[in-house]
Design a protein around this ligand. Structure first.
Ligand code: AMP
Length: 689
């Protein structure tokens, strides 16, 4: 091995156990004497434990590199070792993996219990909390979209009319109702109407390919489907379709009174589909208990009041929208629905200012780009803004530092808070949060501590608690866990396991697949995934789903999909071994486009004669070659014909980091939603339109 002087080349940790030499010895020419070894100035190895066995005890000392270990860490290791030894003596037959490691105090802090649910509101659905709010503040503005608005009373009455109509169609507890609409006032009326009728909503994104939508409609056995006139071509299976535009005249003939259907905690509130590693998306079933517990905690954590104006940013196909919509509507605050145009980076904050928004809840990937905008003179943070919530994927330290600098410089540090939230859909939106302090950041940004209504554990693969600082799989416990995956009992049993720390017989833990560790101060740090699930621009993707779909193509023998990161830009690359050697990338693209949502489409396809393998015959992901992005487009390079085209081609080339002509396809050259936002921003800046 290459020599590195910073560590010992052969081993870095030493354990030595020796018998104490008791008597001095002598030979004819030498006299031996036992003396005290003076301490060295530097550690010989990274870590040494040197023990001496005397007649009555074993004593010794640790020697360690102070660059690598803190005194507290070594003290913890010493405590673990003593606990381990005591455990061995107490139970010499125990399997090694089950021997104890944590001291009693450590164990106590790591299994802290969540707060009990406030029993006074048990079996109240979010719709009842909203109804109480509508009674308190009937004239307050509940929701705004492009100049249109509904007060709490109007929203409640419209949702009631829809709910009565849905009841007449047979919707009741546990009925799954599809909702396929674009962002609009009707979208909010629709969600509340379904919940008020006692049903659970299943969002269906109108932009998804027909085949995927058809699968979801069938898998969820959707019997009633809410939609709008422009999405009439939807796959319906056996569902009755309610057209929120065309059928509205019929709906308003129904009563405006609260339907009085009270939700039972264990009933479903919504089912959200997320990528599935076996080739099909899976529906995560969330109950009213989970939705209510989360909503109430969020209201407290974000201190939401009637004077807040909250942006509705996320698509309802993702549970981030739940965080924006329900805490807002249960406190009398105003929900402001965004438009697509609002995403343009240079004007985003300005629009937020015009809309007088106080709370933004943004995907971390989009926020990273927004922070980069703050370097422009003409961009400033809205005066009204008091809280920015980010989440969905790991937040990078650099944008956080830039943000802190900007916020401090503009004198907003005591008025504007930034919170990093973490949570899988399966644990109802958010599981942990970290309030990012305004003083400068050192190291990584933690994901913080569990919300009051749930618990987190970091466990090894034998479900044993791991000490502070040791990476393991993050598990989440508590009543707000999803009921499981719809029609996937096997997967549900694998991912939702019995909670060994719960006093309740049916306590469960969700295995997140996230690798994490506890920091000494009790915060959790996210370290990555232990499987092939990835996050790209906030979208959760199982690489196995794309791979398994590719191998369903008749001409594809093998497929592997990876994420490549170049200069902070993540892209999906698909590697294909085709049986015919004549397969065209266009044919593969069309095949995928008919089955996958845009965010799961590979940015590049690479054809290989064979997959690179490791010596033991497994796919060697690291040996997969980098794609040549310029070869991804099928078109011949067509030069610009005038100045405007030339200027546009220049902007496109810079954003895509590729040579291109006026006929090229943005998405085939690695373009994606976030780069599109960047492109629009640059065009807006240079052309002022
Ligand atoms: P989803 O179910 O779409 O919300 O995705 C949940 C997954 O996203 C988690 O299991 C994590 O892998 C990742 N994730 C969400 N929030 C964060 C965060 N703040 N930091 C790091 N990873 C995150």
């Amino acid at each position: 091995p290459k020599r590195d002087l910073s560590y010992n080349p052969l081993f870095q940790v030493m354990f030595a156990l020796q018998k104490q030499l008791t008597t001095a010895r002598s030979t004819p020419s030498l006299t031996w004497e036992i003396g005290e070894a003076g301490s060295l100035d530097c550690a010989m190895f990274d870590l040494t434990l040197d023990l001496v066995e005397t007649a009555t005890e074993i004593e010794g000392h640790f020697e360690y590199k102070t660059d690598l270990f803190d005194r507290e860490t070594i003290a913890r290791i010493a405590g673990h070792w003593q606990t381990l030894l005591a455990g061995i003596i107490a139970n010499p037959e125990a399997q090694i993996a089950h021997l104890p490691l944590l001291t009693p105090t450590e164990k106590q802090t790591l299994v802290q219990k969540s707060l009990p649910d406030d029993t006074t509101v048990k079996n109240q659905g979010i719709q009842q909390l909203f109804e109480s709010q509508a009674e308190l503040t009937p004239d307050a503005v509940a929701v705004v979209f492009q100049g249109e608005r509904l007060t709490y009373q109007q929203l409640n009455q419209q949702a009631n009319q829809l709910a009565h109509y849905l009841r007449s169609l047979g919707v009741k507890e546990e009925t799954l109702v599809g909702i396929c609409v674009e962002r609009s006032l009707n979208m909010i009326v629709g969600l509340l109407g379904i919940l008020k009728a006692g049903g659970a909503y299943v969002p269906l994104d109108p932009s998804y390919p027909q085949e995927r939508l058809a699968y979801m409609v069938e898998d969820a056995n959707i019997s009633v489907l809410l939609t709008q006139s422009k999405w009439q071509e939807l796959p319906k299976n056996n569902a009755q379709v309610v057209n929120l535009d065309a059928d509205w005249s019929k709906i308003i003939t129904y009563s405006t009174k609260n339907p009085g259907v009270s939700a039972v905690d264990k009933n479903l509130a919504y089912v959200i589909y997320t990528s599935g590693s076996t080739g099909k998306p899976k529906g995560v079933m969330i109950t009213h208990h989970g939705l209510r517990s989360f909503t109430q905690t969020a209201i407290q954590e974000y201190n939401i009041t009637q004077s807040d104006r909250i942006l509705q940013f996320a698509s309802i196909n993702f549970d981030a929208a739940v965080e924006e919509i329900f805490p807002c509507l249960c406190t009398g605050a105003t929900l402001v629905l965004r438009t697509d145009e609002m995403l343009a980076l240079p004007t985003f904050f300005k629009t937020c200012e015009e809309l007088e928004l106080t709370i933004l809840d943004l995907p971390t990937a989009y926020w990273h780009q927004l922070v980069a905008e703050l370097k422009h003179q003409d961009v400033s943070l809205p005066e009204s803004l008091r809280l920015v919530i980010i989440g969905g994927e790991a937040v990078l330290p650099e944008p956080v530092k830039s943000w802190q600098k900007y916020v401090n410089r503009s004198g907003k540090s005591d008025r504007l808070e930034l919170i990093n939230t973490y949570g899988p859909t399966e644990a109802t939106v958010v599981a942990t949060l970290y309030r990012i302090p305004n003083h400068s950041l050192v190291g990584e940004v933690p994901i913080g501590r569990p919300l009051a209504h749930l618990q987190t554990y970091i466990l090894d693969r034998h479900q044993q608690l791991l000490p502070v600082g040791i990476p393991g799989e993050l598990h989440i416990g508590g009543d707000s866990l999803a009921r499981g995956y719809l029609n996937r009992s096997g997967l549900t049993t694998d991912k939702f396991i019995a909670d060994p720390f719960s006093e309740e017989a049916n306590g469960r833990l969700y295995k997140t697949g996230d690798l994490a560790k506890y920091l000494p101060d009790g915060e959790i740090e996210y370290l990555g995934r232990i499987d092939n699930q990835v996050k790209i621009r906030g979208f959760r993707i199982e690489l196995g789903e794309i791979e398994s779909l590719l191998t369903q193509h008749t001409d594809i023998n093998e497929a592997a999909v990876i994420v490549r990161e170049d200069a902070g830009n993540k892209s999906l690359i698909a590697y294909i071994v085709d049986s015919s050697s004549t397969l065209q990338s266009q044919s593969v693209r069309s095949f995928l486009q008919e089955r996958l949502p845009n965010y799961m489409m590979p940015n590049a396809l690479v054809f290989l004669a064979a997959m690179p393998l490791t010596p033991n015959g497994k796919l060697d992901r690291r040996a997969l070659p980098a794609p040549d992005m310029s070869k991804q487009s099928n078109t011949k390079l067509v030069e610009p014909t005038n100045d405007v085209e030339a200027q546009l081609v220049k902007i496109w080339s810079e954003v895509l980091n590729s040579d291109l002509g006026i006929e090229d396809n943005f998405f085939e050259l690695g373009g994606h939603s976030l780069l599109a936002v960047k492109l629009i921003g640059e065009i807006e800046r240079q052309f002022e339109r």
